[in-house]
Design a protein around this ligand. Structure first.
Ligand SMILES: Nc1ncnc2c1ncn2[C@@H]1O[C@H](COP(=O)(O)OP(=O)(O)OP(=O)(O)O)[C@@H](O)[C@H]1O
Length: 312
């Protein structure tokens, strides 16, 4: 994989709180990555570092081969669509789009116009008068029409209804097919976007819990249902992520130590089905919670350093 953006041993501290702890990961040049994790896991912080909005307390951040912080040449190749983007009070929708058009050399005006039409955005209306979902649609329009080689969407769908979210996903995948680039999307609506993702980075308590291709991830887990004794026999050979017993039957999500053949499972009276990505992520995050909170407490106790990050 050729990486467009990398973090090497990056730690980000805000006063006594460690938001990212020795994170090493990278994002492929052509790929859509889901940046997942619970509230406060460090997703926004990670994207802010890669977008050059902050400098890390320690470690190395590289985007398109250079440190993005205060590097105008690389910054105009990075588009960061924030969850709560603010625009100047007097900006109308079309002003926000014109400003973006001047920022990004790769801006596609035709694409911007067609997204404005699809999202039914009123071009002359001040952004401050838009509904929450419409402001999100402005951000999405900018994110896609920028055609920036490296694009971050940080929970870009706030307030968007289900139809508009589907429109975003459809346009994202269509535009990506036409112009492949590095897209990182943070979201809590994992199942909705699981079909778009090629790769997943899961953060938990500022650490990388999982960094894998979606296909590999899907193949690594299985939901098995059947008589409790048989499920438990299988559970001894694999890691059990979740387990629900009802009467004499048990349903377990297994992280597989070795591949399992559906035919073998069926022969032993067990039903097997793929584990949805969202369920797998929830199970892995839940499993990590105990360990992560203990580690966070230890880090907080260790660290008495003042604020070490800088904001632009
Ligand atoms: N400017 C800041 N000053 C102090 N603490 C901060 C600051 N920004 C973030 N944090 C803390 O760092 C941690 C990571 O925050 P971050 O916003 O990166 O998480 P997130 O994964 O994006 O969360 P969410 O899913 O809720 O948006 C949180 O505990 C947050 O409170």
């Amino acid at each position: 994989m050729t990486a467009a953006a990398t973090l090497t041993d990056v730690t980000m501290r805000y006063r006594e709180h460690t938001a990212l702890d020795a994170v090493t990961t990278s994002f492929a040049t052509d790929g859509i990555t889901g940046l997942l994790g619970r509230n406060g896991a460090g997703k926004t912080t990670l994207m802010q570092l890669l977008a050059g909005h902050r400098v890390p307390s320690s470690g190395q951040v590289r985007v398109l081969g250079t440190d993005p912080y205060e590097d105008d040449a690389v910054l105009q190749q990075i588009c960061f669509v924030k969850e709560s983007q603010r625009y100047p009070d007097h900006f109308r929708v079309r002003d926000a789009l014109s400003a973006a058009a001047t920022l990004f050399p790769t801006w596609d005006e035709d694409l911007a116009r067609s997204l404005v039409a699809d999202f039914d955005l009123p071009a002359r209306r001040p952004v401050v008068k838009l509904s929450r979902g419409m402001v999100s649609a402005v951000g999405i329009t900018i994110g896609l029409a920028s055609r920036a080689p490296v694009t971050f969407f940080d929970e870009p769908y706030l307030g968007l209804d289900a139809v508009a979210r589907q429109l975003f996903y459809d346009r994202l995948i269509a535009d990506y097919a036409e112009e492949p680039r590095t897209i990182v999307l943070s979201t809590h609506l994992i199942e909705e976007i699981s079909g778009l993702l090629e790769h997943v980075v899961l953060l938990d308590g500022g650490r990388v819990l999982l960094d894998d291709d979606v296909e590999t991830l899907r193949a690594s887990a299985l939901t098995v249902t059947g008589p409790t004794g048989r499920v438990e026999a299988l559970a001894r050979e694999h890691e059990v992520l979740t387990r629900d017993a009802l009467g004499g039957s048990t349903r377990a999500v297994l992280r597989l130590g070795r591949p399992l053949e559906p035919a073998d499972l069926a022969a032993s009276g067990l039903a097997a089905e793929p584990t949805p990505l969202q369920q797998l992520v929830v199970a892995l995050s839940t499993r990590a919670t105990g360990t992560a909170s203990a580690a966070a407490a230890a880090r907080t106790a260790r660290s008495s350093t003042p604020y070490e990050g800088a904001t632009r």
